[in-house]
Write a protein that binds this ligand. Structure first.
Ligand code: AMP
Ligand code: ZN
Length: 460
């Protein structure tokens, strides 16, 4: 499979570092407000990539951080006059509920910045020791002059850049390339932690370097985010990580283009956004939202309209109707080898399209061609044929994730992945999370049976 690597600006064949395994880090939400569906375009593209890697037989370890301390979260807490943790808890819960509604597979780890302060401090200490960072007025900054590769990801023209004085803000534009902050000296009213280089709190960029390294090691396969993360966030992550570890940080960088509204990025600051809740309360189905957000190519802008959402719902209805009809087939007799061959061919086409830089419209085309071919012959199918076609659809849906689990199309692998997460929660004595997973599965018609030889499951 090949896809576009932002770092090299070329389509590249994907080769994992360790055979059969993939380390994947995706930048998660900054939990200062409800995410909007623009954010979910990025998160759902990441989910599609992860599902497709699993479809190809790769074992993916997915880490998605939660930024629960930065300029924006602190500003919100101070506006509301409530503790930071209270603000972030509310939006973390909302984020997970949205991800479940949108049928995104859970990550293996959701590390929170405030729970990894020690790792960030250790990383900053290493950068200071080696002269890649310096202290100034109680804060610590990264010295970008010491990293000649700085600007490679964002393709900055170093010649024409004037490097400015050190910058304290987490977010800034390319025109303002500056030594960026790793640790911000304590300010009144802000949360802070004691540190060898002075009491304070982390900058945003160091969070992702420290947490990705902790869970995936200093060198891993794929790092993803929206295109607005390329600069400065990901550029800074590379600088920090490579200088501290002396090895390549990430082999492949994959960035998702924006969801736009009337030509402008959907964003909180422009006020042109919908949350998932807004759309659900207008009567749209979460799976239609998912379908719309994943169905165009990730490197193209996607213009959001309610009309587009209706069309996504209609396209999805064709798939659901097909599944429904298959479930009602009653014909007796053997399976038709020609149908089996057509299913295999369509699945191969679906895979090949996605393997070519995630050409999702091509993949959907392969699916709809098969549906159009079989639909007129439904009355002639046998139950064996219908079972084969449903199994085909489950394979496809293991990647697209647009058919609701309660339609009994959930793939065994998905169920088993959730059971493994429940087992992990139990081992970690997080019984609330374990019960939550069990309840989720029950809602999907999956019953868990604890036996002496481990957990078994059945469809009820
Ligand atoms: P934030 O919470 O602002 O850090 O954003 C979380 C993720 O959503 C990042 O990966 C952003 O790049 C991505 N994102 C933000 N706005 C959009 C948008 N309009 N379209 C697609 N992705 C977005
Ligand atoms: Zn990040």
């Amino acid at each position: 499979m090949r896809f576009y690597n932002t770092l090299t600006r070329r389509l590249e064949e994907f080769r994992p570092i360790a055979e059969g395994r993939v380390g994947l880090y995706t930048c998660g939400p900054t939990v200062y407000d409800f995410p909007h569906i623009g954010n979910y375009r990025s998160y759902l593209f990441e989910d599609l990539v992860k599902r497709f890697l699993a479809f190809l037989g790769l074992r993916v370890t997915h880490v998605m951080n939660i930024t629960d301390i930065d300029d924006k979260t602190i500003r919100k807490a101070s506006e509301l006059q409530v503790p930071l943790a209270e603000v972030t808890r509310k939006y973390i819960d909302a984020f997970h509920a949205d991800l479940r509604a949108l049928n995104a597979l859970p990550a293996d780890h959701y590390p929170r910045a405030t729970e990894h302060i020690a790792e960030m401090q250790a990383l900053i200490a290493r950068l200071l020791e080696q002269g890649f960072a310096y202290e100034k007025d109680g804060s610590v900054y990264f010295r970008i002059e010491r990293f000649p590769e700085y600007g490679r990801l964002a393709n900055l023209d170093k010649g024409s850049l004037k490097i400015g004085a050190a910058v304290d803000a987490d977010e800034y534009e390319k025109e303002a390339v500056q030594d960026f902050v790793l640790w911000k000296g304590k300010k009144p009213g802000e949360p802070s932690w004691p540190a060898p280089f002075g009491e304070g709190r982390p900058g945003w960029h160091i969070e992702c370097s420290a947490m990705s390294m902790k869970y995936l090691g200093p060198h891993f396969d794929i790092h993803m985010g929206g295109v607005d993360n390329i600069f400065p966030h990901h550029e800074n992550e590379i600088a920090q990580s490579q200088c501290a570890n002396g090895v390549t940080f990430v082999n492949y960088w994959l960035h998702c283009q924006h969801l736009i509204v009337d030509g402008q990025k959907m964003s909180k600051s422009l006020g042109n956004f919908y949350t998932l809740g807004d759309l659900l309360s207008k009567g749209y189905a979460p799976m239609a939202v998912r379908y719309l957000l994943i169905s165009s190519h990730y490197r193209k802008l996607l213009n959001f309209t309610l009309e587009g959402l209706e069309m996504a719902g209609q396209a999805l209805a064709r798939v659901k109707n097909f599944a429904f009809s298959l479930r009602n087939v009653e014909g007796e007799g053997d399976a038709d080898p020609e149908l089996a061959a057509a299913l295999d061919k369509a699945l191969a086409a679906f895979r090949d399209q996605l393997a070519d830089d995630f050409n999702v419209s091509g993949a959907l085309g392969a699916m709809f061609d098969l549906i159009a071919e079989v639909n007129p012959r439904l009355s002639a199918l046998t139950r064996a044929d219908a079972a084969a076609a449903l199994a085909w659809l489950e394979r496809i849906n293991s990647v697209l994730g647009v058919l609701e689990p309660d339609e009994r199309t959930a793939l065994d692998a998905e169920i088993e992945a959730r059971i493994a997460l429940r087992e992990k929660a139990r081992r970690e004595k997080d019984y609330a999370r374990a019960d939550e997973i069990r309840a989720e599965l029950r809602r999907q018609g999956i019953a868990l049976i604890d036996t002496p030889s481990g957990v078994k499951w059945k469809r009820e």
